[in-house]
Ligand binder design. Structure first.
Ligand code: MG
Length: 355
């Protein structure tokens, strides 16, 4: 089987409401959908969604990178996935979302060719995963109302954004803890604190059953993260600090995290994500799979990956719920809060309209 054609299309979908984290506010999901055709007639789909302030990518840069990668992929076997990643790395470093779009479509084809759903192709057995739901930065009372609503819908885990105003962050957790008693809470500071600030916030959060704090410090500060982790009553999770397998290796060597958040859009897709998870597992560090602002297509890929290995203990795969219109991707999975039930069709199990 050989890759015969690659097409990419930008999609911009308004969000149901603006999504705010400590780094930025986002009004629309700007993503790129990729279609790869093969000479056997098998077709795969992938998605690349960058967030400039996190991944350094825009829709335009994702499209341009895919165009640059295309000649190196045409005529090659989709199963030569490691070789294809090395070829892409020789053309452009970084550009994880662009590489992820192609990688996901290639895994879709490989699993279809093997006649099994992607999670089985990756070694998994169960088609069901559990996800949390994220609450963006807003007025603390509004955040608590959302927590109450999500708990009522059946979510067991919430991820709460923080890191721009300590007083508001404290108030938000107090109100959320009261509004959704018993729910498991994670906090994501998105690099918003320094070491003394983080120490104070961690000791506050301990009283509210927060089970993990994600990226408390700037992404480059592994030494600070290791210092914090040694003194923290709460698990420390690395997100923006970990893009590549090399980052994962540096993190576990520095003992800078208890959990690593893998995102297909940061690392370049499932192939490098498997390496990051293997490095983490080898060091006794569990992982989470998170997302940028992917549609149901990218989320399906993340969910298949979650279902592939028990070292992935958390899933934060909720962005598709913020899309005002997801009709360009159908099927993929069924949602029964807090679970995602993956399709048992071969491959990703997605249908894409208009490509
Ligand atoms: Mg994060």
């Amino acid at each position: 089987m050989k890759i015969s054609a690659i097409t990419a299309q930008a999609v911009s979908v308004p969000l149901v409401e603006p999504f705010t984290i400590s780094l930025t506010t986002i009004d629309s999901a700007d993503t790129v959908i990729v279609r790869i055709e093969t000479d056997t007639g098998l077709v795969g789909h992938g998605e690349g969604a960058g967030i400039g302030v996190v991944t350094g990518e825009t829709t335009a840069s994702v499209l341009e990178a895919i165009e640059l990668f295309t000649p190196a992929l045409i005529g090659q076997s989709p199963y030569a996935i490691g070789h294809l990643h090395r070829e892409m790395d020789r053309i452009l470093v970084g550009h994880g979302a662009a590489k992820a779009a192609l990688d996901i479509a290639l895994y879709d084809i490989m699993a279809q060719g093997a006649g099994c759903p992607l999670y089985q192709f990756l070694g998994g057995v169960s088609s069901t995963i559990e996800t949390d739901q994220t609450i963006g930065l807003a007025d603390p009372g509004y955040m608590a109302d959302k927590a109450r609503t999500y708990a009522g819908q059946g979510y067991k885990q919430l991820k709460i954004k923080a890191g721009s105003n300590d007083d508001q962050d404290r108030q938000a957790i107090e109100l959320i803890h009261a509004a959704a008693p018993g729910i498991s809470l994670k906090v994501d500071a998105n690099q918003g604190w320094n070491v003394p600030q983080a120490l104070k916030m961690l000791s506050f959060y301990e009283k509210y059953d927060v089970c993990a704090v994600e990226q408390p410090l700037p992404h480059w500060d592994l030494q600070g993260a290791a210092y914090l982790r040694a003194r923290s009553p709460i698990a420390i999770m690395a997100d923006e600090s970990c893009f590549t397998p090399h980052d994962a290796s540096a993190i576990v060597t520095a003992q800078a995290a208890d959990i690593i958040n893998i995102k297909l859009m940061k690392c370049g897709g499932i192939y490098p994500a498997l390496h990051i998870n293997a490095i983490a597992r080898g060091a006794g560090v569990p992982t989470m799979v998170g997302c940028m602002l992917e549609s149901r297509l990218g989320i399906a890929a993340g969910a298949h990956f979650v279902a592939s290995d028990p070292n992935i203990i958390y899933a934060d795969l909720d962005s598709f719920r913020d899309f005002n219109d997801s009709s360009f991707v159908t099927s993929a999975f069924d949602v029964e809060v807090p679970h995602i039930h993956l399709s048992d069709r071969p491959g990703l199990g997605v249908d894409v309209v208009a490509l």
